[in-house]
Design a protein around this ligand. Structure first.
Ligand code: BTN
Length: 262
């Protein structure tokens, strides 16, 4: 019988990562938010590839100040990156993170799609979200935190009924091994980050387009106080959404909550 705690078991697992991009790993049984911790560590000069993982989060955060419910069973991690690119290119990092997540989920025989900009969905239900946080000075990136939350072996019945979500275990009908999944995910992340490092940005966007179901959809984009509706005609090289409104205007959307209308 395995009596190891999450921290002990994850620290054992981390020995497998010594030859990978992820050289340093900080593990917690419980934390407010892995993104908060990763930011604290980045400010103390922890290097690129540092990973923060927690079994649960007490104050998991999503985009637009949403709460990211983080009970036991989910996968919550944040990665410190220090890319040498222009700050505006860092949006693509969320695209590559959602690609890595969707590719990992596919290895389990499921059919995930990506909803712009980076929600991973299965049968129209959200299974994973990405939160990027950028620290830049004088138009130079200091660091980027990529937070990834995945409903892995999560009992989604604990979530509110208005929140349309699913988990990998709910879709498969059984739990999956946490560490095998994590290993696939990190391998896939590293693969796509290499493309980013080599500035092969178009390839990232093209892979993303293949996995996204947003192009062609009628959508409403909600951005703080404004809303815009229209049909998605494309996603440009920076990851911005190109929308044609009912009056025929072409609009470029840089951020917002995307709701499918039909
Ligand atoms: C979203 O879909 O709105 C983004 C959700 C991001 C959640 C992850 S879980 C790990 C990391 N820590 C956080 O507090 N948030 C991200």
């Amino acid at each position: 019988m395995n009596n190891k705690s999450f921290v002990e078991e994850t620290n054992c697992f981390s020995k497998k990562l010594t030859n990978s991009f992820f050289k340093k790993i900080f593990v917690f049984d419980e934390i407010d938010s892995t993104n908060n911790k990763a930011k604290e560590l980045a400010l103390k000069n922890e290097p690129e590839g540092t990973l923060v993982l927690s079994k649960i989060q007490k104050k998991g955060r999503g985009r637009f100040d949403h709460i990211w419910r983080s009970p036991e069973g989910g996968l919550y991690l944040s990665i410190i990156l220090r890319p040498t690119c222009k700050p505006e290119k860092t949006t693509l990092l969320t695209f590559l993170a959602s690609l890595a997540v969707s590719e990992t989920i596919k290895e389990y025989g499921l059919l995930p799609y990506i909803k712009w900009p980076n929600d991973v969905i299965i049968k129209n239900k959200k299974v994973s979200g990405i939160l990027i946080e950028l620290e830049a000075k004088n138009k130079k990136v200091d660091f980027v935190i990529i937070g990834i939350g995945i409903n892995l072996n999560t009992d989604v019945s604990v979530f509110s009924k208005n929140f349309i979500s699913t988990s990998i275990s709910a879709e498969l009908g059984h739990d999956v091994d946490f560490y095998s999944f994590l290993q696939f995910l990190l391998k896939n992340f590293e693969k796509y980050y290499l493309l980013f490092f080599k500035e092969r940005y178009n390839e990232i966007i093209n892979f993303w387009k293949e996995k996204s179901d947003t192009i062609g959809k009628e959508v409403k984009i909600i951005n703080f106080n404004s809303e815009i509706t229209g049909r998605v005609v494309d996603v440009d090289e920076s990851g911005f959404l190109i929308i044609k409104t009912s009056s025929g205007q072409i609009k470029k959307i840089t951020s917002g909550d995307c709701v499918y209308l039909r």
